[in-house]
Design a protein around this ligand. Structure first.
Ligand SMILES: [Zn+2]
Length: 85
């Protein structure tokens, strides 16, 4: 963890726990949207690898738009990374 964390307690500004960028007041959780996305992707990928599921089931399971799942697959995220993680 970065030292920035103690800083953020003093002035009540919140920073992303992963990349340290400043979070919007309305942001839920401890991660910025970009990191939330990556985290979600990581979980989705694991889910796909461990279960023989369709993209519809994935979208359902994680409550994300089907278009998002398709986008990840189309862009090759899920297939390419299979070997490099
Ligand atoms: Zn972040």
């Amino acid at each position: 963890m970065k030292i920035k964390t103690s800083f953020s307690n003093l002035n009540s500004r919140r920073v992303c726990q992963k990349c340290g960028c400043l979070l919007a007041r309305s942001q839920k959780g401890d991660l910025c949207p970009a990191c939330q996305d990556k985290e979600l992707y990581r979980q989705v990928k694991e889910f796909i690898l461990q279960n023989d599921v369709t993209e519809v089931q994935v979208a359902d399971q994680f409550d994300i738009p089907l278009s998002k799942v398709r986008e990840w697959i189309r862009e090759g995220y899920i297939e390419y990374r299979r070997n490099s993680w």
